[in-house]
Design a binder for this molecule. Structure first.
Ligand code: ZN
Ligand code: ZN
Length: 224
């Protein structure tokens, strides 16, 4: 089976827990934010995009603060520019200023462009989902996908929104239904074993099904 590098990374992620597209997207966004802070601190286009967005969106801003061993200086350099431009666009507000000053400031607070990390994320997600669909007819690829946790609901919806072959979408959906059918059975078994008459049986694979069901419907933590 010959796979593109994106398809191979999917194939590899199928054997890991959770939605494979969430996992690979989170990795990619992490690297993007890491290099944003370290390598693009002096890049005018990066500054421009961040100023237009009024900083990173809350999810990505907190990712930088909490998940990346970011240099505080890198954050300072990028955000000093964001806040300086925000102040300039708000205009000087006098305490006895009128409605015009307030509305100028109000409109200056709005973002003028998307969060650059969200744009990167959307691009990666689309690319991965296109690769998933275009390889789903490969028996070996499909079999490995069947063994995975499947796509989360948000990624399944996005895959179906793509302009791609209906046949490939149907093949993907059939596998996804089998995966969710198994998850639903695990949940039912989990509930059954909580009956005092069966507690002695102990838990198998169904033990992790409550958490897996949260991930299946919400996607992995930290992506949205
Ligand atoms: Zn996902
Ligand atoms: Zn974002």
């Amino acid at each position: 089976m010959k796979l593109s590098s994106r398809a191979y990374s999917l194939y590899d992620a199928f054997s890991k827990p959770g939605c494979p597209v969430c996992r690979l997207t989170l990795d990619s966004v992490h690297h993007y934010l890491d290099s944003l802070i370290y390598e693009y601190v002096n890049d005018p286009d990066t500054h421009q995009a961040l100023r237009a967005a009024r900083g990173l969106c809350p999810v990505h801003a907190w990712h930088v603060q909490d998940e990346i061993n970011a240099s505080a200086l890198g954050i300072a350099v990028l955000y000093e520019g964001v806040i300086r431009h925000l102040l300039a666009d708000m205009g000087r507000i006098e305490t006895d200023g009128g409605r015009r000053q307030v509305s100028q400031a109000q409109s200056a607070l709005a973002a003028r462009g998307p969060c650059p990390a969200c744009e990167h994320q959307a691009h990666v997600e689309e690319h991965l989902l296109r690769n998933l669909l275009s390889h789903i007819a490969h028996a070996e690829f499909a079999a490995r996908f069947r063994q995975s946790a499947g796509l989360c609901l948000p990624h399944l919806r996005r895959a179906l929104d793509l302009n791609a072959s209906a046949e490939h979408k149907a093949q993907m959906l059939a596998i996804q239904q089998a995966i969710w059918g198994e998850l639903q059975a695990h949940l039912a078994e989990f509930i059954r074993k909580h009956d005092y008459r069966f507690t002695a049986e102990g838990f198998g694979a169904e033990g992790s099904s409550p958490r897996r069901s949260i991930e299946a419907l919400a996607g992995q933590k930290g992506l949205r």
